[in-house]
Design a protein. Structure first.
Lengths: 337, 571
C-alpha cells in the first residue's frame, strides 16, 4: 500500500509542476489559476489537496517516533535513515502539492482538503486518546488538548470570526478568494446554490428513476433554471445531485450507504482492532490516510464535480478500496491469533 | 444511533445475519450521521418543491392507431383549473428545448402543454393532436372552454391545417408564430378558390406573429394570408416584429411572455362568456372583444413567480426535524458521558466541589470567554445596524465600522440627502456598495457628478415616500447580462429586453408603481415600466432619468437620449 501511495504522490507532485503556463484560460482577477495537465483548475486543486494529505499521512506513518517499523536491534539505524529520507521526501512533496493547491484558487478543493485534514487529525487524536486511557501515550499535549478541547475550539472559531471582520477587504488574493464564499455579490456560489435547488427540484419531480443519463443538464437549463441566472452549467458541478437527478433517489441512497460503510464502518472496525496494539500500526494509518484522500475527493465532488471524470473517479475508488485493505490485514492477523 | 457504541465483535455481528446482506447494508441507516443526512435531504427536497412555482408533468399518450408520443405539461402552482395553451414547436424542435417558452407562457397562470410530434408526417401529427385533445378533456386542471393553440413555424402550419380540417372543435384562440402564410405562387389559387388554403373553414380568432427579417417564410406571405382571412370575415391580428428573424431571437423571451399575456386576456374573456365553441359558432369571438373588467380583475390579482417564491416557507422550517435529531443526539450523548465518571469535578475532604483546572487552563477559559465576547460584539456591530432606521447614531456607526474608505465620499453624498426618513440603513449601504462596486466593473467611464446624480442616486420620481430599496435585486438580475458590454447603449438594449421578459405591462387600475413592488409582483403599467427601467439602468451603471414626459432616457457619454423601447410593450 505504501508503494502505491508513494507512486500516486509522486505522480501528483509531477503534475503540480506540469506546464504551469498552459492553463491561462482560467484566471482569478490577475492571477492565472493553475490547472496542471488538466483543463480545469478545480480538478487540479482537488488532486493536489488529495496529494497533500496522502503525503502528510505517509510522512506521519514513517516518522521514526511514531512508526511501528522503528524496532531497536540490528540494522535499526539503517531503517531509521531510510524512514527519515521518506519523511523528508514526503514533506518536500507536500510543499510542491500545497503550492499547486494554493495556486489552483479552487475554494472547493481548499475546503475539501480541510475536511480530509480534519479526518486525519481526528483519527490520529482518537488513537492517541485511546493510548492515554491505557497509559501508553507518548505525546504529552494530547491529554491537555482533550481536557481543553472546548475552550480551544471557541478560541479557534472566534479567531476566525474576528479575522474575517478585520480582513474581509484584504487584497491578498488567496484570502480574498476564500472569503468570497460569504460575499453576497459573488455570483459563482450563488449560481451553484441555485443549481443545487434546481437539482433537488428535478429529484422531487422524478424521485424514483430520475430523468435518465445526460438529461438533467438540458432539463435544468430549460425547465428549472431561475430566470435571474443567465447560465446553467453550475448544475454539472454537484455530482450527488446530478446522480440523484439522473438515476433517482434510491440510487443516490445506495451510493450514500456504500460510501458510509466504506468510510466509517471500516474505520470503526479498525479502531476496535487498533486498541489491541501498543502503537499506531502503519498499515492502519496508511489506510486512514487513503480514506482521508478519498474524503477530499468526496467533498470536492459536491462543489466541483469529478465523480464522472476519469482522473478523479479512478483516484477516488482506488483510495476508497485501499482504505479498507489495512483493516482487512489487521482483521486477518486478529483472526489468526 | 451509534455514538460511543459499545464494543462488539464485528464478526459476531456479521455472523448473526450471514444470510441477509441487505440487512448488513442497511444497518448504517440507523447511525446518527446517515439519519441526519437523510433528514436534511428530505427537508431540502420538500422545501425545493414548495419553492418551485411550476408543476411539470411528463407523460406519454397513444394515438388511436397505437403510436406513442411524449408530452409535457407545465402548470402554475397552486394547480387548479385554468386556461390551456397547446404548443407545437417548429421543425427540429423538441420537448426538452421548449421549456423556456412554456415557462414564459405558464407564468401567466396558464396550463401549457407541448407535444413531441411526428415532424415528417402531418397525418400522424393530426392523430397525436387529437389524442392530446382527448387527454386534456379528462384533466381537472384543464379548462376546456378556454383553450389556445400556439404553433411555431412547422407546428403553426400544421395546427392551422388541423383547425381548418376540424372546424367543429376550434380552439378559442389560434396563434401562428413564424407561420407560412400564403406564398405568392399560391396566390392565384387562393384567389380563385373562395378562401383558398382551407381558410373558409376557419372562424378565428387568429393571431399571426411574424419576424420582419424572416428568411424562411416571408412576412409578405403572412400579410397576404392575414388580408385573405380578413376578407373572409375571420377576426385576425397580425404583429410584425421589426428586425427579427424566423426564430425570433433575441426577442423570443419577450414574444412568448407577451403571447402569454395576450392569451391570458383573451381566454379570461372566453371563460367569462362560458366557452369558446358556442361563441365561435355564433361569430361572437372577436379579437378586439376582450372583457376589460374580467382581465383587469385578473391582472390586479396576478400571482407572479417572485411572489410565489417570496411566500414559500423558509428552508429552516423543513430542517426542524434534523435540528431535533441533533439536539436529541447531543442530549443522549451528554447524559451518557456524565453518568458515572466524575473525573472533572470531585469533592474535597470538607465535602465541597473542587475544580481540578490548573491556572493555565483557567486562563485559557477566560481567554475563550473574552474572545467570544469580542467576536460577538464585532459580529453584532456589523450585522445589526443595517437593520435600523437611518439616524445620526446609525450613520456614525456605519462610518466607523461598515463603510470602506473608498466608499466614504459616496456614502457622505447620499447620506447628506434628505431622503432617508424611515428608510433602513441597509438600503443606503446597498446603494453605496453596489453602485461603487459596479462602477469598478463596467467598461465605461463616468464623471463623478454624472455618477452621483444619475447612477448612485436612488431617487427616480422624486415623489414623497418613494421606496428606495431596489438596487440589490435589480443589480443581481441585470449585471450578469451586461458584464461584457462596452457601451451604455448596448447595455440599455439588454436591460430593456430582460426587463420586459420579466414584467407584464398592462393597462389596469391599481397596479404597483413603486420599484420593489413592481419587481415582486412582476406587473405594472406603462408609467411604472418607465420608472423601473430607469432604476434597472442605474443598477448596472448606466446614467438614466425620466424625461419631461415620463419616459426613460440615458446618457450615452455625450448626450441624453431616449432609452430603447421594448420590442413589445403590450399587445
Amino acid at each position: 500500500m505504501a508503494v502505491v501511495l508513494a507512486l500516486f504522490v509522486l505522480l501528483l507532485a509531477m503534475a503540480s509542476v506540469w506546464n504551469m503556463d498552459a492553463g491561462r484560460s482560467f484566471a482569478y482577477h490577475t492571477h492565472v489559476r493553475w490547472a496542471g495537465p488538466w483543463e480545469n483548475p478545480n480538478l487540479f486543486g482537488l488532486l493536489m489537496g488529495t496529494g497533500v494529505l496522502l503525503a502528510v499521512g505517509t510522512a506521519a506513518t514513517f516518522y521514526p517516533r511514531f512508526s511501528i517499523l522503528c524496532v531497536p536491534g540490528a540494522g535499526a539505524w539503517r531503517r531509521r535513515v531510510a524512514q527519515s529520507a521518506i519523511v523528508i521526501w514526503c514533506l518536500l512533496t507536500v510543499m510542491l502539492l500545497g503550492r499547486g493547491l494554493l495556486h489552483s484558487y479552487s475554494r472547493g478543493a481548499w475546503l475539501a482538503t480541510g475536511c480530509g485534514g480534519m479526518y486525519l487529525l481526528w483519527h490520529w487524536l482518537g488513537h492517541e486518546i485511546s493510548q492515554i486511557h491505557e497509559g501508553r501515550s507518548r505525546i504529552s499535549f494530547i491529554s491537555q488538548l482533550t481536557r481543553n478541547w472546548f475552550p480551544l475550539s471557541v478560541i479557534l472559531v472566534c479567531t476566525f470570526v474576528l479575522g474575517f471582520w478585520h480582513f474581509r477587504q484584504t487584497e491578498w488574493h488567496p484570502a480574498h478568494r476564500a472569503l468570497s464564499v460569504v460575499n453576497p455579490v459573488d455570483f459563482s456560489w450563488r449560481n451553484r446554490v441555485a443549481a443545487w435547488e434546481g437539482g433537488v427540484q428535478i429529484m422531487a419531480e422524478h424521485p424514483w428513476f430520475g430523468t435518465g443519463w445526460n438529461q438533467p443538464e438540458p432539463l435544468y437549463a430549460n425547465y428549472y433554471v431561475p430566470h435571474k441566472l443567465n447560465e446553467s452549467a453550475a448544475i454539472e458541478m454537484n455530482d450527488y445531485l446530478m446522480l440523484g437527478a439522473t438515476l433517482g433517489i434510491p440510487a443516490l441512497f445506495c451510493l450514500g450507504m456504500y460510501l458510509w460503510r466504506s468510510l466509517v464502518r471500516s474505520a470503526e472496525r479498525g479502531a476496535r482492532n487498533e486498541r489491541r496494539e501498543t502503537v499506531l500500526p502503519s498499515s492502519t494509518f496508511l489506510a486512514t490516510t487513503c480514506r482521508a484522500g478519498a474524503l477530499v475527493l468526496l467533498a470536492g465532488f459536491w462543489f466541483d464535480g469529478g465523480l464522472f471524470k476519469v482522473v478523479t473517479a479512478s483516484s477516488f475508488w482506488i483510495l476508497l478500496e485501499l482504505g479498507n485493505v489495512g483493516y482487512r490485514e489487521l482483521r486477518e492477523m486478529h483472526d489468526n491469533g | 444511533m451509534t455514538m460511543d457504541e459499545p464494543q462488539k465483535n464485528p464478526q459476531h455481528t456479521e455472523n448473526k445475519f450471514p444470510f441477509c446482506a441487505l440487512c448488513a447494508f442497511l444497518r448504517p441507516v440507523t447511525d446518527f450521521v446517515p439519519v441526519l443526512a437523510i433528514l436534511l435531504f428530505l427537508g431540502a427536497l420538500f422545501w425545493a418543491r414548495e419553492q418551485d412555482p411550476f408543476s411539470r408533468n411528463w407523460f406519454t399518450l397513444k394515438t388511436a392507431d397505437g403510436n406513442a408520443f411524449k408530452c409535457v405539461s407545465v402548470l402554475p402552482k397552486p394547480v387548479r383549473q385554468c386556461p390551456v395553451i397547446v404548443y407545437a414547436h417548429g421543425s427540429g424542435g423538441s420537448l426538452m428545448n421548449d421549456g423556456y417558452d412554456l415557462r414564459q407562457m405558464a407564468e401567466m397562470g396558464l396550463a401549457v402543454v407541448s407535444l413531441e410530434y411526428n415532424q415528417t408526417n402531418e397525418v400522424a401529427f393530426n392523430a397525436q393532436l387529437e389524442a392530446l385533445r382527448r387527454y386534456l378533456g379528462r384533466q381537472k386542471w384543464a379548462d376546456t372552454n378556454a383553450v389556445a393553440w400556439v404553433g411555431f413555424s412547422l407546428g403553426a402550419n400544421w395546427l392551422l391545417d388541423f383547425a381548418s380540417q376540424h372546424p367543429a372543435q376550434p380552439p378559442q384562440l389560434l396563434v401562428q408564430l413564424s407561420g407560412a402564410g400564403i406564398p405568392e405562387a399560391l396566390l392565384p389559387q387562393a384567389l380563385t378558390q373562395p378562401g383558398g388554403e382551407g381558410v373558409t373553414n376557419l372562424h378565428g380568432p387568429l393571431l399571426l406573429i411574424h419576424g420582419e427579417q424572416d428568411g424562411i417564410f416571408s412576412v409578405a406571405d403572412t400579410e397576404r394570408f392575414a388580408a385573405r382571412l380578413q376578407t373572409n370575415g375571420v377576426p385576425v391580428e397580425l404583429k410584425v416584429m421589426p428586425g427579427l428573424p424566423h426564430g425570433m431571437e433575441p426577442e423570443r423571451g419577450v414574444i412568448f411572455r407577451s403571447l402569454g399575456e395576450y392569451c391570458r386576456s383573451h381566454l379570461q374573456s372566453s371563460r367569462r362568456r362560458g366557452g369558446g365553441a358556442s361563441s365561435v359558432a355564433t361569430g361572437g369571438s372577436d379579437l378586439s372583444h376582450v372583457d376589460p373588467a374580467a382581465t383587469s380583475e385578473w391582472w390586479q390579482n396576478y400571482q407572479s413567480v417572485s411572489r410565489w417564491q417570496a411566500g414559500a416557507p423558509a428552508l429552516w422550517l423543513f430542517w426542524l426535524p434534523a435540528a431535533a435529531w441533533i439536539i436529541g443526539g447531543l442530549v443522549w450523548k451528554s447524559r451518557k458521558a456524565s453518568a458515572p465518571s466524575g473525573q472533572r469535578w470531585w469533592r474535597s475532604s470538607n465535602g465541597q466541589l473542587r475544580n481540578p483546572c490548573s491556572r493555565g487552563e483557567i486562563a485559557l477559559r477566560w481567554l475563550a470567554v473574552l474572545l467570544a465576547a469580542w467576536a460577538l460584539a464585532e459580529t453584532a456591530l456589523h450585522l445589526a445596524p443595517p437593520h435600523f432606521s437611518v439616524s445620526d447614531r446609525t450613520l456614525a456607526l456605519a462610518r466607523r465600522y461598515l463603510v470602506q474608505s473608498k466608499e466614504r465620499a459616496d456614502f457622505e453624498t447620499l447620506a447628506g440627502r434628505p431622503i432617508w426618513q424611515e428608510q433602513k440603513l441597509k438600503t443606503l449601504l446597498d446603494h453605496v456598495e453596489l453602485a461603487g462596486y459596479n462602477r469598478e466593473l463596467v467598461n465605461w467611464q463616468l464623471d463623478d457628478q454624472m455618477y452621483r446624480d444619475f447612477v448612485l442616486s436612488p431617487v427616480i420620481t422624486g415623489k414623497a415616500h418613494e421606496q428606495l430599496s431596489w438596487r440589490r435585486p435589480l443589480w443581481e438580475e441585470f449585471y450578469p447580462r451586461i458584464r461584457h458590454e462596452s457601451a451604455p447603449e448596448d447595455a440599455a438594449t439588454i436591460v430593456v429586453r430582460h426587463l420586459r421578459e420579466r414584467l407584464t405591462v398592462v393597462a389596469a387600475p391599481d397596479l404597483p408603481r413603486s420599484i420593489p413592488d413592481i419587481w415582486l409582483k412582476q406587473i405594472t403599467d406603462a408609467a411604472g415600466f418607465e420608472i423601473i427601467y430607469v432604476a434597472a439602468l442605474r443598477s448596472v451603471g448606466v446614467p438614466a432619468r425620466l424625461d419631461a414626459k415620463g419616459h426613460a432616457e440615458f446618457w450615452d457619454g455625450n448626450k441624453w437620449q431616449t432609452a430603447p423601447a421594448p420590442s413589445v410593450l403590450s399587445w
